[in-house]
Design a protein around this ligand. Sequence first.
Ligand code: ITT
Length: 206
Amino acid sequence: GRLVIATHNSGKLAEMRGLLEHYGVDAVSAAELGLPDPEETGSTFAENSEIKARAAAKAAGLPALADDSGLCVAALNGDPGIYSARWAGAGRDFGVAIKRIETALKEAGAQAPFKAHFVCVLTLAFPDGEIHSFEGKVFGALAFPPRGEHNFGYDPIFTPETFTRTFAEMSAQEKHGIPADGSPGLSHRARAFQAFAGACLSAQGD
Ligand code: ITT
C-alpha cells in the first residue's frame, strides 16, 4: 500500500524518500497531496511528530509517517530544540538561524567545543488512530563558521562525533550512513528509520 510522508520541508522529504527507498517503500508527500500543514502545538518532539502524523493520516485516509526533529545545543539548555524550524524565521533562512545560535553562544559565554545533538522522532499513524513512534539521535559538536553546501538546515555547523567534516560537507549517502551489515547509521534520521524498520520486521515475524 501507499504511505504518506507527512512533511512540508523539502530537505527532510528528500532524506525521508531516500531512506524509505533503502527499505523498498514507495511514498507520496503531504505537499504532493495538498494536505494542510498542521500547527505544531506540542511541547516535545514526540508530541509534534504525533500531531503531524495523525493529521496527515486522517486527511489522506492512508498510513502517514511524520518526522519531528531539531538541533539541541548543550550550552543553550537544549535550544533551539523543538523550535529549530522557527529559529529560521518566516523566510526559513538557516543562515539567520545559524547566526542566532552563534550569537546566543557568545552571550552565554560558552567555550568550544560546543556540544550538540540532533533528535528525530518518527511517528507512523494509521487512519483508524493507531500510532507507533521511533527515535534517533546523533551526538557531536558545532563548528563556526558554517561549512559545506550539501543536505539542509543546520547541517553546515554540525560535526558528528569522530568526524571533522560537517553534515553539509558529506553526501546524503554518507550522512545517512546505513552500513550494509545493518550496524547503526550516522544521522538521527537514519537511526530513527532503523528503529522503525526493526519494529516492522519483528511485527511481520510475530
Ligand atoms: P515539517 O514539520 O513539515 O516536517 P519543519 O521544517 O517544520 O517541517 P520540524 O518542525 O521538525 O520540521 O523542524 C525541524 C528543523 O530542524 C528543520 O527545519 C531543520 O532546520 C532542522 N533539522 C532537522 N533535521 C535536520 C538535519 O538532518 N539536518 C539539519 N537540520 C535539521
